[in-house]
Design a protein. Structure first.
Ligand SMILES: NC(=O)c1ccc[n+]([C@@H]2O[C@H](COP(=O)([O-])OP(=O)(O)OC[C@H]3O[C@@H](n4cnc5c(N)ncnc54)[C@H](OP(=O)(O)O)[C@@H]3O)[C@@H](O)[C@H]2O)c1
Length: 259
């Protein structure tokens, strides 16, 4: 299926490894030009090389998605290189703090929101005027099944991901008439080298890992990044023209609250 986005321009945040890297690779496979960011330059440059090898034009920008000035610089770099931004993939996110409310400081709660929500909203705000003018845009926010039901590492993570899903719905309704479609995806536990589940597997006993899989993962294995990247590319595409405000689980049946 041709997704109809050859020549479009995408920003993918946190694209040097894991789900962001895979989203960028899937978009590269569709002929999309890419502006990718991360804080660590070395890994980011490696990913940029991979994306170029896949045929994409790529600009790699060292940027922290929780810093407003960095997001402005990232967006400006995209416009300088490619003239416009058609697709925004807000992938940066993660945990902050360590458990429940009493174990979590205000600073950790604020950090969770900066990391998972506020940076994403700032980047979308930068992209809206151009998308609106051209009457075409796609935004995909990477949430989590633990923004939809109980689970995940911390109260900050769960609450912030839920807020990201809520913001996605709000933005979708704000922007649908302008041809800007805003959606989110909710992955389950996805394993890749250097990721949090890789660390879990490395640091737990084989028995504990197997017990986790048996209890939580109906497919009998962790998820893997490729289907997530492909879902992001689809939601970023012309073909997804009727999808707005959705949050799509991609978890091999791991979540329980929706059927
Ligand atoms: N993996 C899973 O099982 C899973 C499940 C559900 C949801 N998710 C969500 O999916 C997204 C990606 O997760 P992942 O597991 O692929 O994450 P990851 O392994 O932590 O990778 C995150 C990527 O983002 C970059 N990054 C981290 N903080 C950043 C910041 N402040 N500014 C710019 N770049 C930053 C990292 O590079 P640098 O460190 O060099 O900056 C890296 O390229 C997150 O929103 C996460 O919550 C993941």
């Amino acid at each position: 299926m041709d997704l109809g986005i050859t020549g479009r321009v995408a920003i993918v945040t946190g694209a040097s490894r894991g789900l962001g890297r895979q989203a960028a690779l899937s978009l590269a496979g569709e002929g999309v030009s890419l502006v990718v960011c991360a804080r660590g330059v070395e890994r980011l440059e490696e990913t940029a090389l991979e994306l170029r090898a896949a045929g994409a034009e790529v600009v790699a920008v060292e940027a922290d998605a929780t810093v407003t000035a960095d997001l402005e610089r990232l967006f400006a770099a995209a416009v300088a290189a490619f003239g416009q931004v058609d697709i925004v993939v807000n992938n940066v996110g993660g945990r902050s703090g360590n458990g429940g409310l009493e174990a979590t400081s205000d600073a950790e709660l604020e950090r969770a929101f900066d990391l998972n929500v506020i940076g994403a909203l700032r980047l979308i705000r930068l992209a809206i005027p151009g998308m609106r003018e051209r009457r075409w845009g796609r935004v995909v926010n990477i949430a989590s099944i633990f923004g939809r039901e109980h689970g995940g590492p911390t109260i900050g993570y769960m609450t912030a991901k839920a807020a990201l899903i809520a913001a996605t719905k709000h933005l979708a309704l704000e922007l649908a008439r302008d041809g800007i479609l805003v959606n989110s995806v909710a992955p389950g536990s996805i394993l890749f080298p250097g990721g949090s589940w890789d660390r879990f597997v490395m640091t737990q006993t084989p028995e504990a890992v197997e017990a986790f899989i048996q209890t939580n993962l109906p497919m009998g294995r962790f998820g893997w990044p490729e289907p997530v990247g492909d879902l992001v590319a689809y939601l970023s595409s012309e073909r997804a023209g009727l999808i707005a405000g959705a949050c799509i689980n991609i978890d091999g049946g791991q979540s329980h609250s929706l059927f």
